[in-house]
Design a protein around this ligand. Structure first.
Ligand SMILES: C[S@@+](CC[C@H](N)C(=O)[O-])C[C@H]1O[C@@H](n2cnc3c(N)ncnc32)[C@H](O)[C@@H]1O
Length: 247
């Protein structure tokens, strides 16, 4: 039988959930302080679905270490769960910078870093559509994680590429550096935005949903077609875009 490229590996949501739990148990465990913080956010924040799952966090730690990333920039930090995950991945001699719009979220994140004696994360409060292009890191980042508002993804990519010119002494992302972008399939609607897609009903009333889908399609296409990038769109979680900056 010919192999297909379909990502619909599991016949029901229940089976998919079992696979998720099984995969979490059979991947290197996260330290307790991360799992505890994740649990606390789920219990205390109605918008907790903003953050990545523990299983996705396990994948981020694995990829960061496999890529040898020690300096990570995150666009969209919410209350700091994924920033704490990156801090764990890079270790105490690494560095994490987060860009977050909300001062309130940044305060909760900073409290969590302090409580867990994590000293290598800095959150810059402001609109990343403006702050990203003003960053002048002492050393370029090894990895940039994009997880803010979806309509901003094309702009973030433009800023990253423009701020990482070959030969420049002040770059955002180093040559060979990695971009990871979350939610690039947006409940599969980016690939199939038709009303036949059952998720279409869920998104129908979401403000700016169509604009987000348009922006994500533009972003995914730019990632795949920019000659400075090598890309892979991984159809798991909510779609994770990977790219490597070639020069
Ligand atoms: C999906 S959440 C990030 C979740 C986080 N990465 C995690 O997994 O724990 C997106 C965050 O991006 C922030 N955000 C949205 N637009 C932004 C912008 N233009 N500049 C900076 N942050 C922004 C939101 O306030 C929100 O906290």
């Amino acid at each position: 039988m010919t192999k297909t490229t379909t990502a619909a590996l599991y016949p029901t949501a229940k089976v998919a959930a079992e696979v998720g739990t099984y995969s979490e148990r059979n991947s290197t465990a996260l330290p307790k302080h991360l799992v505890d913080y994740h649990d606390w956010i789920v219990e205390s924040h109605p918008d907790s679905d903003y953050m990545v799952s523990n299983l996705q966090a396990q994948s981020l730690v694995f990829f960061a270490r496999a890529f040898g990333a020690k300096r990570i920039l995150e666009i969209g930090s919410y209350v700091g769960y994924s920033a704490l995950v990156w801090a764990h991945a890079v270790g105490q001699d690494g560095k994490v910078t987060g860009l977050e719009f909300s001062a309130e979220y940044a305060k909760i994140a900073n409290d969590a870093f302090e409580k867990n004696s994590v000293k290598n994360v800095e959150i810059i409060v402001g609109d990343a559509l403006q702050t990203l292009s003003t960053l002048k890191p002492e050393e370029p980042y090894d990895l940039i994680f994009i997880d803010a508002q979806k309509s901003g993804y094309p702009s973030y990519l433009r800023d990253i590429l423009a701020g990482s010119q070959p030969g420049s002494t002040t770059r955002l992302l180093r040559p060979g550096g990695i971009i990871i972008a979350d939610n690039v399939l947006r409940r599969a609607l980016v690939a199939d935005g038709s009303e036949d897609n059952p998720n279409w009903q869920l998104q129908r009333h979401v403000k700016h949903a169509e604009d987000d889908l348009t922006a994500l399609r533009k972003f995914n296409s730019a990632l795949a077609n920019d000659e400075r990038l090598e890309a892979f769109l991984m159809p798991v979680f909510d779609g994770v875009g990977f790219a490597r900056l070639l020069n």
